[in-house]
Design a protein around this ligand. Structure first.
Ligand SMILES: Nc1ncnc2c1ncn2[C@@H]1O[C@H](COP(=O)(O)OP(=O)(O)OP(=O)(O)O)[C@@H](O)[C@H]1O
Length: 241
């Protein structure tokens, strides 16, 4: 469905991405693990069309979108800080993408937004303004609004990075559930090893601008640079203390 081939990007002579290539299949999530400053956001922005690659190609549903404007790409980019419309209620935010589609009646817009709020567990928050919500609730609205836009691809840039540990864990479980239900295809970037393992069907490590792919957790464990074996050793040692 998505083929990224030899994407490179420099910022003033510093090579942030070096010949990045990978394929992503329908209904799958690729987790990309990488340290801060490793180029994760740059990669997502290039795929979303918000930044331009120096070289390389992006093919999406057999169409070369390498130079296509972002609004034509059917891709939604979600950032860790939910960019909700502050002047609208939760209902207004959820209804927004549906209203852009003039073929959907007002009643249907309302019904779909309410169904989504129910699914997100925020049906009782519909009439609140977004400034009155907790971080986790805001991120739920953000997901709901993105899903109602029916994107072909979701790009998730540390979406739970600003949440406390417990809410983050709840959101990870919640995301796994909606990813299956809505058959989401996504790229999930994070600097958190556990989150990368939980969210992905496949895994990538972005290090010094190069992406290395792993098709299973055991492959990641075998490669010491991922840090997975170290993490496992740490917990084992703790257990035997
Ligand atoms: N517009 C820009 N102009 C110049 N340099 C940039 C620009 N955007 C990013 N960079 C640099 O490119 C490198 C990669 O940044 P990027 O935001 O992609 O990393 P990241 O892996 O997403 O980091 P983080 O996890 O901290 O968000 C960094 O060194 C950053 O300073």
């Amino acid at each position: 469905m998505l083929q990224v081939t030899n994407i490179s990007k420099k910022y003033s002579e510093v090579e942030v991405l070096k010949n990045i290539s990978f394929d992503l299949q329908l209904n799958k999530t690729l987790s990309v693990l990488g340290k801060s400053g490793g180029g994760k956001t740059t990669l997502l922005k290039i795929i979303a069309g918000l930044s331009r690659q120096d070289s390389g190609e992006i093919v999406f549903d057999n169409i070369n979108i390498s130079n296509q404007e972002p609004e034509l790409r059917k891709v939604v980019y979600l950032y860790q800080e939910p960019l909700l419309f502050p002047h609208l209620t939760v209902r207004g935010n959820l209804e927004f993408p549906l209203r852009l589609n003039k073929t959907i009646s007002k009643e249907e817009v309302r019904r779909k937004a309410e169904e989504m709020a129910e699914e997100l567990g925020i049906a009782d928050q519909l009439d609140k303004h977004t400034g009155q919500l907790s971080g986790g609730q805001k991120q739920r609205v953000n997901f709901g609004r993105a899903l109602l836009a029916s994107p072909r691809l979701l790009l998730l840039d540390e979406p739970f990075g600003n949440l406390d540990a417990q809410t983050r864990s709840e959101m990870q479980t919640f995301y796994k559930k909606i990813a299956v239900e809505h058959q989401i295809t996504s790229i999930f970037v994070t600097h958190d090893l556990k989150e990368a393992l939980l969210m992905g069907d496949r895994y990538g490590l972005l290090k010094k601008g190069a992406l290395k792919e792993y098709s299973s957790v055991s492959e990641m464990q075998e490669d010491s640079v991922t840090g997975l074996q170290n993490e496992i050793n740490f917990w084992k040692e703790l257990e035997s203390k």
